[in-house]
Design a binder for this molecule. Structure first.
Ligand code: GLU
Ligand code: ZN
Length: 477
């Protein structure tokens, strides 16, 4: 039975790379008829915040990723929050000491700093803890603990040999034990485990079969293998996921654009688009299929198809997917999705009223938060910012003014404005754009807008005439 876990640390808002890790684990579990477990790795208390933990739960819920076991649903290995499992790690660490695989260290932070400073000054090739307490006898150590001395527990890293593991994506990976940092801390003086200890103990206890996690953790894996060895446990299978990069080849970060799921969500990316696109960052089914629903991925996700090379997060491609998914929505659904964005932009509009505007934007909107901008001129007067913006290509301003005068007369009558002006353009051999660009800017304030004909049919005649007058005043100033 496949058992995988998503094990985030609530030290920030859910990053889109983390979301991908969650999705891959979830899809892999589903496709194998296995279990998807959520485990909160909250042992870094300094960077922890309740807000981040809530963001984790909100993210999974919004995406529709249901856990089979985890903090919100419980399960046979509860608790699934590391800070509630401290006695287990303490017990495990002390067991290792008894087995001779770990030892108590009483060195003060000052002493450790001094050791490192000396190593640096002497340019030693191995830097780190000098194994000062490795040879203390157990009796002596227990005596000092009894007296109330503070201690940590450190792993005894073998000084020779090597540790290796098979990664399902990257193949066999080996590391000389002497290259593993000497004797890392497993249990801190405040009784908290380090990430390494807690991670290994939990993956073992929770019977995890495959560890799918970001490639940035691969540097820790040889140490984890040593911890499994020390306990006499068999490590799970590993599958380190390709890094998520920006277009410049650097790890995806703020400088590239949004990175947290909540930002994408706020901007109005649909979960369907995010799930589809994010899954394709580093995975593909074949070289042609682009559209994947959650249900499809739950069936066809295949670990062997994860790419080995780093993946580039392409914001434009995500926009494209989002547009596609928006257009797949019914107008009703889209109206419901857009309504909150209108409200947030201060536009008071009812669910009924918004319906008539949906056809205007459905074919061109990229993210839901674009809607208020695209429709703002329906609800407030357009502002004109430069005369040139009214002009079609190479159009003299006098002609633009003229076209607005013609449009004004047409608007005062009863005929369909768009049709009448098209006729006028044909009869007088004037390019359509030379007729409609000045009008578009007069009505909407922008050279880019939803189809003008539709706008003219929705706005009251009086408003149209007023705006044309206002634009004429502006151009004649
Ligand atoms: N807590 C680690 C993280 O925040 C998990 C690493 C792992 O999956 O082993 O990414
Ligand atoms: Zn020590």
């Amino acid at each position: 039975m496949v058992r995988v876990r998503y094990a985030p640390s609530p030290t920030g808002f859910q990053h889109i790379g983390g979301v991908r890790t969650a999705l891959y684990n979830y899809f892999f579990a589903k496709s194998q008829g296995g279990k998807f477990i959520v485990r909160v790795e909250d042992t870094d208390r300094e960077r922890y915040s309740d807000e981040y933990l809530k963001d984790l739960y909100d993210t999974l819920e919004w995406l529709g990723i249901k856990s089979d076991e985890g903090p919100t649903v419980g399960g046979p290995f509860a608790p699934y929050i590391q800070s509630e499992r401290l006695p287990m790690y303490q017990q495990a660490a002390h067991n290792l000491v008894k087995m001779g695989k770990a030892y108590y260290c009483f060195c003060s932070p000052e002493r450790l700093e001094q050791v490192i400073a000396e190593q640096k000054a002497q340019k030693k090739d191995i830097q780190g803890y000098d194994r000062h307490c490795a040879s203390l006898s157990e009796a002596e150590a227990l005596e000092r603990i009894k007296k109330g001395e503070k201690y940590v527990i450190r792993l005894r890293v073998p000084e020779t040999g090597e540790s290796s593991f098979d990664d399902l994506i990257l193949g066999r990976i080996k590391r000389k034990n002497r290259d593993v940092p000497p004797d890392p801390i497993l249990l801190k003086s405040d009784g908290y485990p380090t990430y390494h200890l807690a991670n290994v103990v939990d993956d073992h206890d929770m019977q995890i079969t495959h560890i799918m996690r970001a490639q940035e953790w691969i540097a820790s894996t040889p140490l984890h293998i040593l911890i499994y060895d020390a306990f006499g446990w068999t490590p799970p299978m590993y599958c380190h996921l390709p890094m998520v990069m920006g277009s410049d080849g650097l790890k995806l970060s703020k400088r590239h654009g949004s990175t947290s799921l909540r930002e994408f969500k706020e901007q109005g990316y649909l979960k369907e688009a995010l799930i589809n696109y994010v899954t394709l960052v580093g995975w593909s089914y074949d070289d042609k299929t682009e559209f994947f629903s959650m249900e499809m991925l739950e069936k066809c996700f295949d670990i062997k198809k994860i790419h080995t090379s780093p993946a580039v997060f392409d914001y434009k491609k995500l926009d494209w997917f989002n547009g596609q998914y928006i257009r797949m929505k019914s107008s009703e659904e889209l109206a419901s999705l857009i309504l909150p964005y209108m409200k947030k932009a201060g536009i008071q509009i009812t669910r009924e009223e918004i319906n008539s505007y949906i056809p205007l934007i459905k074919e061109r909107i990229k993210v839901l938060s674009d809607a208020p901008k695209m429709l703002s001129f329906f609800f407030s007067e357009p502002q004109y910012s430069e005369k040139e913006s009214f002009l079609a290509k190479k159009q003299p301003i006098e002609e633009a003014v003229n076209m607005l005068r013609v449009a004004k007369e047409v608007a005062k009558g009863n005929e369909d404005i768009e049709n009448s002006l098209s006729e006028y353009a044909k009869e007088n051999a004037i390019k359509f754009n030379n007729v409609f660009m000045p009008l578009r800017v007069a009505i909407t304030g922008s050279p880019i807008s939803p189809p003008l004909g539709d706008i003219l049919r929705l706005l009251p005649r009086e408003t149209i005439v007023n705006r044309i007058e206002k634009a004429l005043d502006y151009l004649n100033k």
